[in-house]
Design a protein around this ligand. Structure first.
Ligand SMILES: [Zn+2]
Ligand SMILES: [Zn+2]
Length: 379
């Protein structure tokens, strides 16, 4: 850690024009559009499950039960749209929410029969997108409201739309990502060892989870470090670092090459260890929640756990453009490998004053998509 660095406090000014306040119709307007869109997507997923749902996820939920939730969602969306009209503002958004929900009703609503699904090789993860969005809004937005790090930071902060786009893209692509990751891991079949797998499977589930976390963390640490320290790789990863305000949505920003390669790399230890399904499920859930939490605008006290696990403060420092924090805190799950390989930066009481990259990236999706190519072709 660099000593003598003058840490500053981050100032976030409250942007009243982007703030949600009760009674203005803005909350109901946005909620009605979001819910209307989710309902329409859900109806489409029930109509075309082979193309718009994920095999792995279908096994984990009860489609008929979720259809009951959809029913309430559709009526609630109409209610929110109507409420927007009553509150007399943002009528266009209210009408849009109602229109989306009515389109959902016209396409079959919540009555589409649920049956066995003919599997296709590649599908869009519409079901994954809907469930992950509702879950994230429910858990992380609540945490951000209850324990905010920056109280003045609004939900509709700058570039929220861009990050929402990345969120949707990454979730819709889940099937393609898994196919690619499994294909990539299968190249390591020569390293499979029956005795390793038998030993792992003889361990209690909690120990299997610990083992998976450590092995995955080791792979992710080095993959991440290479993205930072190999000149040609940095422009791909820089897209993830271009966020300048951190919240639950910010972590979604990432070039698709990074998203695919990260999952492909982490699949190797999972494939070789051959742990029980229960241990894998716990790991995947833990990793997914932690990945969102560490980008969130939350200031939770983790007690002694902060010396072991990657926390929001730790990963916020990874996103800082301040000198002592550059190229530090690569770990995804535990802080062990950053400690071990001397890349740990965690000034106890301080949080970053600045987030982002030292050289600013293009601010749109297309610009960021081609940013690595532009950098590679630059003389
Ligand atoms: Zn990074
Ligand atoms: Zn990050």
């Amino acid at each position: 850690m660099e000593t003598g660095y003058q840490y500053r406090k981050r100032r976030v000014a409250l942007d009243r024009s982007r703030e949600f306040r009760l009674g203005e119709g803005k909350i109901s307007a946005y909620a009605s559009v979001a819910l209307g869109l989710l309902c329409l997507l859900a109806v489409l997923a029930y109509r075309y499950p082979a193309y718009l749902t994920t095999i792995e996820l279908r096994q984990a939920y009860d489609a008929e039960f979720l259809q009951q939730i959809l029913k309430y969602g559709m009526y609630f969306s109409l209610f929110l749209g109507a409420l927007t009209f009553v509150l007399n503002r943002h009528k266009r958004l209210g009408a849009c929410g109602i229109g989306l929900t009515l389109t959902g009703f016209a396409l079959g609503g919540y009555d589409i029969p649920v049956g066995p699904v003919e599997p296709v090789r590649m599908s869009l993860g519409v079901d994954w997108l809907i469930l992950a969005f509702l879950g994230s809004v429910g858990v992380f937005m609540t945490l951000e409201k209850l324990f905010p790090k920056y109280r003045n930071q609004v939900i509709l902060r700058s570039e929220w739309g861009l990050d929402l786009f990345y969120f949707c893209f990454n979730h819709l692509m889940i099937s393609a990502i898994l196919i690619y990751a499994n294909f990539h891991a299968s190249h390591f079949h020569w390293a499979l060892s029956e005795s390793v797998q038998t030993t792992v499977q003889s361990m209690p589930v909690w120990l299997q989870v610990v083992l998976i976390v450590l092995c995955a963390d080791f792979v992710l640490y080095w993959e991440h470090r290479l993205y930072h320290e190999v000149r040609g790789l940095w422009p791909v990863h820089a897209v993830h670092h271009s966020v300048e305000q951190m919240d639950w949505l910010a972590g979604s920003r990432g070039h698709f090459v990074q998203v695919f390669s990260e999952r492909a790399m982490v699949m190797i230890p999972l494939y070789l260890l051959g742990a029980d399904k229960a241990a894998l499920d716990i790991y995947v859930t833990f990793a997914a929640l932690q990945a969102v939490l560490i980008h969130s605008n939350v200031n939770l006290r983790f007690g002694p756990l902060k010396y072991l696990l990657v926390t929001p403060q730790f990963h916020h420092w990874h996103h800082s453009s301040e000198k002592p924090a550059i190229d530090t805190n690569y770990s995804a799950h535990t802080v062990i490998f950053d400690r071990l390989f001397n890349t740990y930066h965690m000034p106890d009481k301080h949080w970053p004053a600045e987030y982002g990259t030292t050289v600013r990236l293009p601010r749109g999706f297309v610009g960021q998509l081609f940013y690595p190519l532009r950098k590679w072709l630059q003389p």
